[in-house]
Design a binder for this molecule. Structure first.
Ligand SMILES: Nc1nc2c(ncn2[C@@H]2O[C@H](COP(=O)(O)OP(=O)(O)OP(=O)(O)O)[C@@H](O)[C@H]2O)c(=O)[nH]1
Ligand SMILES: [Zn+2]
Length: 207
């Protein structure tokens, strides 16, 4: 198990989602700049509305994606034991303040009796499908777990996310370093303390 590095390719720079109206974002950003007392026509800000529109199209690309779009490789390998990918880098956007929260996701599953598994990179892609939306960490965690249950029909799933929320560090309560941990367990990980403990020790070990 090791950290995940996004493969090069078109997924790294997704096309703007059809549902993201970049022109509308540009107009809104110009309004915000005016509202904070800035001059949107000064040199440094001239291209900012368009940049923000492109950035939002990327940050919210997951709104146009479904888990089955990325869980494309599912094969039978006769492997029935736990598979766990930990430390998957994750960047999302807090739906309350529209600022980032970021950290790592750990995903484990126990394949179906037929030994159905998916490509390891697909687990990381699945994180992005749900992270690239306005989110709360709890929903992000359960959506990943439920998508795996539906698409892989495994005997169990565990998803743990550790993240820092910029809305808690750069503003508001201002508690830098505070980490939020969320977990979602399904199937065997919910029913068996031993299985869950094994997964947690793999996730939290070697730190
Ligand atoms: N449960 C949960 N809360 C979140 C998440 N991201 C941000 N929040 C919280 O959402 C809450 C929104 O609270 P409000 O009182 O409506 O907004 P606010 O006045 O900006 O709150 P403060 O952040 O406390 O200044 C805050 O407590 C945030 O910390 C998340 O992923 N999950
Ligand atoms: Zn927030």
């Amino acid at each position: 198990m090791s950290g995940y590095h996004e493969e090069a390719g078109d997924y790294a720079e997704p096309l703007p989602p059809a549902g993201v109206d970049q022109h509308r974002i540009e107009k809104a950003v110009r309004e915000i700049l005016l509202a904070i007392g800035e001059d949107p026509d000064r040199d440094g800000l001239l291209d900012t509305p368009a940049r923000v529109a492109r950035a939002y199209a990327e940050q919210f690309a997951g709104l146009d994606q479904r888990p089955e779009d990325v869980l494309t490789t599912v094969f039978e390998a006769g492997h029935e034991e736990m598979v766990l990918v930990r430390d998957i880098e994750m960047y999302s956007t807090c739906e309350h303040h529209l600022v980032p929260f970021y950290g790592v996701a750990h995903i484990g599953y126990i394949p179906s009796a037929e030994g159905q598994i998916t490509g390891l990179s697909k687990l990381a892609r699945l994180v992005d499908v749900y992270a690239r939306r306005p989110q709360v960490q709890e929903r992000l965690t359960t959506q990943i777990a439920d998508a795996l249950m539906t698409n892989l029909k495994p005997r169990g799933v565990i998803v743990v996310i550790e993240a820092e929320h910029l809305c808690m560090t750069m503003r508001g309560v201002r508690k830098p370093g505070a980490k939020t941990l969320t977990s979602a367990v399904r199937g065997g990980f919910r029913d068996s303390d031993r299985t869950r403990a094994e997964a947690m020790s793999l996730i939290l070990g070697r730190r």
